[in-house]
Design a protein around this ligand. Structure first.
Ligand code: FAD
Ligand code: NAP
Length: 496
């Protein structure tokens, strides 16, 4: 028999912790599949992984970092410590069920009308279970069922499920004589094992984003000296990388993170006057992007290594793709320890051969180890536990989840999603939405109609598509202040 509770939270990463704190007066149950808090900061971090957001921007509003003015970027271990202190300080640990993996969710609300109707609101009557959740504990066979009025999904966009490229017959890892692993496997290795894996080996890293870049540096560091081998990065799409948060002597936040700097950027649902203004101000926007591009091209040897992207910097920023470079990335490239192999994004075919990786241009890269830094498939985690018809609706119709206020799927009743939209600081983004969610659940304000929520979510998605060709991430970074303003307005109207 299912145990009935008001609120269930799935996931004990940053989003789950923020939700637990903001909803703590309802005594939610937090299910965490592993035996630790912190999600990606534990399970997909390398030994060199650091925060790439400035420390004071990755901070809970009511719990400052111990040395918040320290300008260095905390290591993943420091981040985990910070998260544990937060959980302890607000007495959240008692809410968490560790080693408790949600393996199935069932809808037990209005079964004749599971999908909220056009014109109707989205929260069902309180007092009855709407969702039942099957929880597997400590990987045992026994399943415990829990019933909830409201579920908050905080399972994360990264980690847990690696994105593995598909290969044709006899072209996959099975034909390769060496070792193939994903960065998720690599992150499970301790210092000794990771050095052993890389040292003296010809390593090919597939990818050119943050995991790939950090890994290439770890690989170079393990291969110092004459005996050391080079690590080669296979690059499908070039992106702008940033060495630090200073551009021509000015702090980076001035370019995109103030009201003034976000003013020329389009917002969802803006009126004709604002559209005209944005059009008139587009040279300013493009100018800002060019200033940053000129700095990066001057500061980094991008031309020398053929790593200068053809697209504007602002498209990477608008899609949350910006990666901070480790200090010694290009010095290792200068030493010949990191090499680059470009493949055309339009015909990005590569496959495994016996001795390494082969490409359409008839070139080959010999390898002992190939590491796929090809990212994660967070939606797969979600789809594995959500029941139909909701599973099919999750990213209908355009491949991105339509989330009202970045939190509510208009067609899924009594459920919220935290951690699925991104910005420059995902902690801040998640925390604010959890505060808003607290107000919603406490009935301080109501959701608008399904049409209105869909309209708003679609406007945001359309905007993401027009501002960047890399829009797949649900990224609000160029209109984050406006997004936060709307959320704050909902909450302020409620308190007035
Ligand atoms: C290596 C790395 C570094 C990053 N660096 C930054 C950064 O510098 N700045 C920034 O803003 N963002 C960064 N990000 C993005 C990062 O994902 C977010 O900042 C944030 O940590 C995500 O937290 P989350 O709680 O949403 O997800 P996660 O951290 O993924 O947590 C999800 C939790 O849910 C649990 N879970 C999943 N499925 C189930 C289930 N079925 N049942 C029970 N539990 C489940 C998992 O075990 C996990 O603990 C980084 C991401 C990665 C991978
Ligand atoms: N704070 C930190 O230090 C830190 C460290 C690691 C990760 N992160 C964060 O974690 C998240 C995940 O980052 P990630 O780097 O693991 O993954 P990611 O951002 O999804 O990048 C995946 C990379 O693999 C490439 N790729 C995917 N499939 C490919 C294929 N079939 N052939 C060739 N290349 C392929 C992608 O190329 P395309 O661009 O062409 O798709 C991209 O370069 C991001 O939000 C990132 O910011 C942060």
């Amino acid at each position: 028999m299912a145990v009935l509770n008001k609120i269930g939270i799935i996931g004990g990463g940053i989003s789950g912790l923020a939700a637990a704190k903001q909803l703590s007066h309802h005594h939610p149950v937090v299910f965490e599949a592993t035996d630790y808090l912190g999600g990606v900061w534990k399970h997909c971090s390398f030994k060199s992984t650091k925060l790439q957001t400035p420390r004071c921007d990755y901070e809970f509003s009511d719990f400052p970092w111990p040395q918040r003015d320290n300008s260095s970027f905390p290591s993943h271990i420091e981040i985990l410590e910070y998260l544990y202190s937060y959980a302890k300080h607000f007495d959240l640990l008692k809410l968490v069920k560790f080693n408790s993996k949600v393996v199935e969710i069932r809808f037990v609300g209005d079964r004749d009308n599971p999908i909220p109707k056009y014109g109707g609101g989205c929260l069902l009557m309180a007092g009855n279970p709407v969702w039942e959740v099957a929880v597997q504990t400590n990987q045992s066979e026994t399943i415990q069922w829990y019933g909830f009025e409201f579920l908050v999904i905080c399972t994360g966009k990264y980690g847990d499920v690696p994105k593995i490229p598909e290969f044709g017959n006899n072209k996959g890892p099975e034909v390769f004589k060496g070792q193939v692993l994903h960065t998720l496997d690599y992150s499970k290795l301790d210092k000794e094992a990771s050095t052993q894996l890389l040292q003296g080996k010809k390593v090919v890293v597939i990818g050119y984003k943050k995991s790939a870049i950090d890994l290439a540096v770890e690989c170079a560091e393990a291969n110092q000296g004459a005996e050391g081998q080079a690590c080669t990065m296979v690059i499908r799409t070039l992106h702008w990388t940033v060495p630090h948060y200073w551009i021509w002597g000015l702090p980076f936040y001035l370019f995109y993170s103030t009201r003034l700097s976000q003013f020329p950027h389009q917002r969802p649902n803006q009126g004709p006057l604002r559209t005209l203004l944005c059009h008139l101000l587009s040279p300013v926007r493009k100018g800002v992007s060019r200033i940053i591009e000129s700095y990066l091209a001057w500061k980094l040897p991008l031309d020398k290594y053929g790593l200068k992207p053809n697209h504007p910097f602002e498209e990477d920023y608008a899609s949350c793709q910006m990666a901070i470079l480790p200090e010694n990335f290009f010095s290792e490239a200068d030493k010949g320890k990191i090499k680059f192999k470009r493949i055309e994004a339009s015909s990005s075919k590569w496959w495994f051969g016996e001795g390494g990786v082969e490409f359409e241009d008839n070139t080959k890269l010999e390898a002992d180890v190939v590491i796929l830094a090809t990212g994660y498939d967070g939606k797969k985690k979600l789809k594995a536990i959500l029941p139909e018809p909701f599973r099919s609706l999750i990213d209908f119709p355009s491949g991105i989840m339509p989330l009202y206020r970045g939190t509510i799927h208009p067609f899924i009743p009594n459920m919220a999603f935290v951690g699925f939209i991104e910005s420059v600081s995902n902690l801040h983004t998640a925390e604010l939405r959890c505060k808003w969610l607290g107000g919603l659940i406490d009935e301080q304000f109501k959701l608008p109609s399904v049409e209105k929520m869909l309209h708003q979510a679609f406007q945001e998605m359309e905007l993401m598509k027009t501002t960047t060709r890399f829009y797949k991430r649900s990224c609000i970074s160029t209109f984050s202040i406006h997004h936060s303003d709307q959320i704050s307005q909902d909450m302020m109207m409620a308190s007035n």
